[in-house]
Design a binder for this molecule. Structure first.
Ligand code: F6P
Length: 380
């Protein structure tokens, strides 16, 4: 499974957290630090993704790479965010540099990361992140760095792992939000459109929508026909249910249409968002009902991780250190219930995990009378 490199005895490892934060990152950091220290290794944390090694001057006397001691990681398991900081800008594989003529060019700075880590005598890197960070792990590994990747995202869209930490916390918060919206929607006889994160996959919308008893769920995997959402609202009105909850994944798209993009900046992925407003606008014109939009956005990424996410994160962190101790390299830790397993990074990159449209959760939703407003099928 592991790529064969000359693996010398480990004395010093580093951990970095990259991409959007997810509840559970601090738990991973604690597990890596304590498991490494237990083996007699020195553990270092890289600040703000890889900025700590690429822009060390920004970190003054504390440095971009900091020693992780037992004291440093005490009492952090339950804290959201990441104590190391993170970044989803300035991907080192496509780092934006301003040229003398004022234009921006993207350059590959991954060689510099490998050099800097060697300079600090780092024997192995544990990189925690989503698909962008996974691609960086792959390159660093191919350039000779010993790397173990820990998958992270609230979106649950990483392939080869049954789940990622952060997802359960996000779904829990979205569900509670939908629960709260039921009473105000019912009191006013309104339509509430709830937009949730998830990028190009509908996991958060699906799980929270079903758990929170939404009436319609729009996900990227099932292009929607807005007329079917309108029909659902009118049918409910006829049954004296004068309110409707519509959960929309940020990556949802109408049949024949495309995802709604809020922003595209150099060195960063496109930022999705705005579909909630669009859906609400169309609902108003079809049904003439008062419609409000709630965008949960970054609230889904904040807050204390659930017990399930803490446990997943702690298990992933400890498993990453065990993998290094066992001489593994170039692998990603993955959840394969009930166990944690390892898969080659090269097998995990480049593929996203989408909601299977015939999954039992989708079928359950349909059996409960929830519509996906399927554009290409004669179903509600
Ligand atoms: O991947 C996690 C995620 O929260 C997505 O669901 C969302 O589209 C994106 O990050 C938002 O990123 P930013 O931090 O740039 O707003």
């Amino acid at each position: 499974m592991s790529t064969k490199k000359k693996l010398k005895k480990i004395k010093r490892i580093a951990i970095s957290t990259g991409g959007g934060d997810a509840p559970g990152l601090n738990a991973v950091i604690r597990a890596v630090a304590l498991s490494g220290i237990k083996r007699g290794w020195e553990v270092y944390g890289i600040r703000d993704g890889f900025h700590g090694v690429l822009l060390p001057e920004q970190y003054h006397e504390e440095g971009g790479i900091v020693r992780m001691t037992r004291e440093k990681v005490r009492g952090i398991t339950h804290l959201g965010g990441t104590m190391l900081g993170t970044s989803n800008r300035n991907n080192p594989m496509r780092y934006p540099i301003e040229m003398p003529d004022g234009t921006i060019e993207e350059v590959d700075r991954t060689d510099e990361i490998v050099r800097a880590l060697r300079l600090h005598h780092i024997d192995a890197l544990i990189s925690v992140g989503g698909d962008g960070s996974l691609a960086i792990s792959d390159v660093l590994s191919k350039k000779g760095m010993r790397v173990i990747h820990v998958p992270k995202t609230i979106d649950n869209d990483l392939d080869k792992t049954d789940a990622t930490f952060g997802f359960d916390t996000a779904v829990g918060f979205a569900t509670e939000s939908i629960d709260r919206l039921h009473s105000t929607a019912a009191s006013h006889g309104r339509v509430m459109v709830v937009e949730v994160m998830g990028r190009y996959a509908g996991w958060i919308a699906l799980h929270a929508g079903v758990a929170g008893s939404a009436d319609a769920i729009l996900i990227p995997e099932i292009p929607y026909d807005i007329r079917k959402v309108g029909k659902k609202i009118k049918d409910r009105d006829r049954m004296s249910r004068h309110y409707t909850i519509v959960v929309v994944a940020e990556g949802a798209k109408p049949a024949g249409g495309s995802v709604t993009i809020r922003e595209h900046t150099i060195g960063k992925e496109e930022r999705l968002g705005g579909i909630g407003e669009q859906v609400a606008h169309e609902i108003r014109s079809i049904t003439d009902k008062e419609t409000r939009v709630v965008v949960l956005g970054h609230l889904l990424r904040g807050g204390t991780p659930t017990a399930l996410d803490r446990l997943r994160a702690l298990r992933f962190g400890a498993a990453a250190v065990r993998a290094l101790d066992d001489g593994q390299d170039g692998i990603m830790v993955a959840l394969d219930p009930p166990r944690v397993k390892y898969v080659p990074i090269s097998e995990a990159i480049g593929q996203m995990k989408y909601v299977p449209v015939d999954s039992d959760t989708v079928l359950t939703a349909r059996d409960l009378g929830i519509t996906f407003a399927d554009a290409d099928a004669d179903i509600d």
